[in-house]
Design a protein around this ligand. Structure first.
Ligand code: GLN
Length: 591
């Protein structure tokens, strides 16, 4: 023990002479926060984020404080400029950080709001190191990958530990072992584990067991080689989670155990699962949660009464997933129609609302490029409701407007998200208010009736030439509107934004006179944030992205409103859950 504290003292001595360059945040207490590192071998896309968030949830259920962090290998400073088609949706946190979609998985699984401290890219790490170099912080030393860049990574993790006061920091390393991009992250983890001392950290390797069709049996070689590669980097995994399309056989687990020095009871099988929400139960069944507690020597911090309550609530929820549910179909229009990852939060939000209402919303992806007023009815024939989600640029915009017109006129439940809100305003302006040239300057820069525009005052307020309005903002609700009812008559609600354009206030009066109700506004600026139509079963749009804050046990009221209205449309003669009451119930659960 004495040895470890000596080490700590020498590490905080950031001298030009020492080979240790591992600056510790002020007041950092070693041993208080433990670290659980999750790395992937064999291939990407194993669901490291899902696994890590499920394990973190099990520890959180035991009354522990957990803080996840995703370390991304790419050089972008944030995910804002990434194409969702290549990298999945851009997830936005309350503090405005644009990050990887895995952060959405963590927020949903842990029901916890995260911040930029929970997300790091190589771009951020290197920017920070280079800035420090320019400011002379390295005191004349040559700045190296080790110890300076790895030191920066360790500093981030320890800062998160301090700031969150977590019992366990869950570190997910993006990419796969063997990638050049994340090699220095893995080295930093190795150093951190060494510096923190025995019992302070635990390495989990996720791997994949192949089952070639021609052989019909599971093969472990790729997994073995992947783990060997990790061990060559100086890391001995404590736990190996074997992902596979079906249950991993005892024989394969034995092989992996023998080759990796990991006891059989810590080589677990994690076959594909229909819902990610049942994965915590799979991990708990293997007893991994208690094994992690033992490895990290925090068994005395566990609160089992807390766990009983939390898992009862969760079981209630997962029981509803497997119960028979009424099938409805929701159409989603969008550019990235073939990539589910681009709309991950919307898919999740629909699932949460569906489970709460006893509905199973099947999604029908609708490419709007060829949709016009004359064929909209045919294209939307079999849907019970539609969502026009966020989007950028002009492609398919007119088709979306045609879908919205159809939904408005045919009483088809509609939810417009961000771009979908803006398109609903354009549709209403054109077809109800008679502003036939109405458009957004994003689509038609010289438009004569620009109901959607980048506003000068917005540029001034937000700074930097019309940058995105990003992150959580309060939305003031108008009394006696549907939105106000859905949110259980709250005065204001918090929602997350990511947009540049908005309703030009000069048109508000005309739109309202036509019958459009702006039921949510920014408290201090004339920014319209929610719209609705009073005499429609459900027609709502929001400049925000409510899908980002929908959680399994607290579905978002707007999605509850849409799904309930879609159910009513599908079964008009049945006594179904009242959408307002259902949404209000959700709100009283703590939103
Ligand atoms: N392109 C629109 C804007 O910038 C909508 C953005 C979005 O849907 N996220 O305002």
């Amino acid at each position: 023990m004495a040895k470890n504290s000596d080490l700590l003292a020498s590490l905080s001595d950031v001298s030009t002479e020492s080979e240790f360059f591992s600056p510790l945040p002020k007041g950092y207490e070693k041993g208080k926060t433990k670290y659980c590192f999750v790395v992937g071998t064999v291939m990407s896309g194993l669901g490291k984020g899902i696994f890590s968030s499920c394990l973190a949830k099990l520890m959180q259920d035991k009354g522990l404080k957990v803080a996840p962090i995703k370390l991304e290998g790419y050089l972008n400073v944030d995910s804002g400029t990434l194409n969702p088609f290549r990298h999945g949706e851009v997830f936005v946190l309350d503090d405005g950080m644009e990050c990887d979609m895995d952060l959405g998985t963590y927020e949903r699984m842990l029901d916890q709001d995260l911040s930029k401290a929970n997300f790091t890219t190589s771009g951020q790490i290197f920017s920070s190191v280079l800035n420090k170099e320019r400011q002379g912080e390295y005191l004349g030393r040559d700045v190296q990958m080790i110890p300076h860049v790895t030191g920066e990574v360790k500093l981030r993790l320890r800062e998160l530990a301090m700031q969150s006061d977590a019992d366990i920091v869950f570190v997910e390393i993006g990419g796969t072992v063997g990638d050049l991009e994340n090699a220095y992250y893995i080295e930093a983890m190795r150093e951190l584990a060494y510096e923190e001392g025995p019992g302070s950290s635990c390495f989990v390797a996720l791997t994949y067991i192949l089952k070639p069709k021609t052989l019909g049996e599971q093969k472990s070689k790729a997994a073995q080689l992947g783990i060997k590669q990790l061990m060559q980097l100086g890391i001995q995994p404590e736990i190996i989670a074997c992902r596979a399309s079906s249950e991993v056989t005892e024989k394969v687990r034995q092989k992996i155990s023998v080759y990796s020095n990991v006891p059989m009871d810590r080589v677990i099988s994690l076959p594909d699962s229909a819902s990610i929400y049942t994965i915590p139960a799979m991990i708990a069944e293997a007893g991994l949660d208690f094994k992690v507690a033992r490895l990290l020597k925090i068994e005395d911090r566990l609160n089992l009464r807390h766990e009983r309550k939390a898992s009862a609530k969760w079981c209630d929820f997962t029981d509803k997933i497997s119960a028979a549910r009424r099938e409805i179909t929701i159409g989603i229009t969008g550019k990235y129609t073939s990539v589910r990852d681009s709309y991950a939060s919307i898919i999740n939000a629909l699932e949460h609302a569906g489970i709460a209402l006893g509905a199973d919303a099947e999604i029908k992806w609708i490419d709007t490029t060829g949709i016009t007023n004359s064929n909209a009815s045919q294209k939307l024939a079999n849907v019970d409701g539609i969502i026009v989600p966020g989007g950028f640029g002009t492609r398919g915009a007119e088709g979306k407007i045609a879908c919205i017109k159809y939904a408005r006129e045919q009483n088809l439940p509609y939810l417009g998200l961000c771009f979908g809100f803006q398109m609903a305003v354009i549709e209403f302006a054109r077809n109800v208010c008679g502003l036939t040239n109405a458009n957004s300057t994003e689509i038609e820069p010289n438009c004569s009736e620009a109901v959607i525009d980048i506003l000068p005052e917005q540029k001034k307020i937000e700074g930097l030439g019309g940058n995105m309005r990003l992150g959580g903002r309060d939305v003031e609700l108008k009394d006696k509107t549907i939105a106000w009812e859905l949110f259980n008559k709250a005065k204001s609600v918090r929602m997350r934004f990511r947009h540049r354009y908005e309703v030009d206030p000069r048109y508000i009066e005309q739109l309202e006179q036509g019958g459009l109700v702006f039921s949510g506004k920014a408290p201090d600026q004339p920014i319209m944030q929610i719209l609705e139509l009073p005499n429609h079963p459900f027609f709502m749009g929001t400049q925000a992205h409510p899908c980002l804050t929908s959680r399994p046990l607290r579905p978002h009221p707007m999605f509850v409103g849409l799904v309930a209205a879609a159910m009513q449309r599908h079964w008009p003669n049945e006594n179904l859950p009242d959408r307002i009451k259902a949404a209000q119930k959700v709100c009283t659960q703590g939103r």
